[in-house]
Design a protein. Structure first.
Length: 337
């Protein structure tokens, strides 16, 4: 004898089972996330402490502090000159030094050690000379007539903090803290200003210039309309140090890192041991995906959904071998029409 089931009883049971299953999955996911986060935090803390100890105790003792004091005395404490050297000259040398190597590969196709790691195969092989010179002139113009003048108000803001030109360098640990804050500030400001210039009204008149390169090269990182260069390229990088009142040495290191990193993102080559450029390269290819730097805000806003379904996403990692990822993770063959 079976008790007849009430109407909807099966549905209710299935719903209860589904809720229980989803609840268990959520619980498991939270537990795994907590484990991964806590483990990662412990590893990061250990790494920071080890690196800090190494930098302060092994690397020639007070070498950096002594070098800074010698440079400060050589400049006779002239804060404006020191600021120009640290915030303008050193980052510019880092940018053009790194891009000079890439330009040789873009123009000549050699050395093959670089060109074999090309992301968009068959593009810029070799690069269009006319487009290249236009990009170089624009990049130089943005540096001399936009970025450098913006350092003037920044200089007075940094002087107000009364720490930027201190004779005592910040500790390596504090520099890592600042670097983390700079990165977060840049990610937030760049993501939203970048999405702003993708608005149809602004894109047509401002951001379209940058997207003339669907397969970018390193120097294209600052090939942009002057307004975009102010709002989206320069301010996101400058804001962190101005908020923190950072030492000029920290500012110089951060500006150099930011310029080299954005050059890597645009370079068109996925080179061994360097950060992956696949994310931003995909943005130039598809326009409406991957607006940020780190990808965190893209994940939260869902502006990387298409990217996550591609082979480019599988290749979006640090290359730890000499085999190009375009060979180990090739694009699927195109379907015949």
């Amino acid at each position: 004898f079976q008790i007849p089931k009430m109407p909807g009883q099966d549905t209710a049971a299935r719903a209860h089972s589904c809720c229980f299953s989803q609840g268990k999955k959520l619980s498991d996911a939270l537990r795994i996330s907590a484990y991964v986060f806590s483990t990662g935090l412990l590893m990061f803390t250990a790494l920071v402490n080890t690196a800090s100890w190494f930098m302060q105790n092994i690397t020639l003792g007070n070498f950096w502090q002594t070098a800074w004091l010698e440079f400060y005395d050589h400049m006779e404490g002239d804060e404006w000159t020191i600021f120009l050297v640290g915030a303008a000259l050193v980052p510019a040398l880092a940018f053009w030094g790194f891009n000079g190597i890439l330009l040789v590969a873009d123009i000549t196709g050699k050395p093959t050690f670089i060109t074999r790691y090309r992301i968009q195969l068959g593009k810029n092989d070799p690069v269009d000379r006319k487009k290249l010179w236009k990009a170089i002139y624009t990049a130089l113009g943005n540096q001399f007539f936009v970025s450098f003048p913006m350092l003037v108000p920044m200089f007075y803001i940094m002087k107000w903090w009364e720490n930027t030109f201190s004779k005592e360098l910040p500790t390596f640990q504090w520099f890592l803290v600042e670097l983390s804050i700079f990165t977060v500030v840049e990610e937030i400001l760049f993501y939203y200003t970048h999405r702003l210039v993708h608005h149809p009204v602004l894109y047509k008149h401002i951001h379209k210039k940058h997207h003339e390169w669907t397969a970018p090269i390193g120097v294209v990182s600052i090939y942009a309309h002057p307004i975009e260069h102010i709002v989206s390229n320069t301010l996101p990088v400058m804001t962190g140090p101005m908020i923190m009142g950072s030492h000029i040495v920290s500012v110089s290191a951060w500006f150099s890192i930011a310029l080299v990193t954005t050059s890597i993102s645009h370079c068109g080559y996925h080179l061994p041991l360097l950060p992956s450029p696949e994310f931003h390269d995909f943005h130039h290819l598809k326009f409406n995906q991957c607006y940020g730097v780190l990808g965190v805000l893209d994940f939260l806003h869902g502006t990387d959904k298409m990217f996550r379904q591609t082979k480019a996403f599988e290749r979006h990692k640090v290359l730890l071998s000499l085999t190009p990822l375009s060979e180990s993770i090739p694009e699927p063959p195109k379907k015949e029409e």
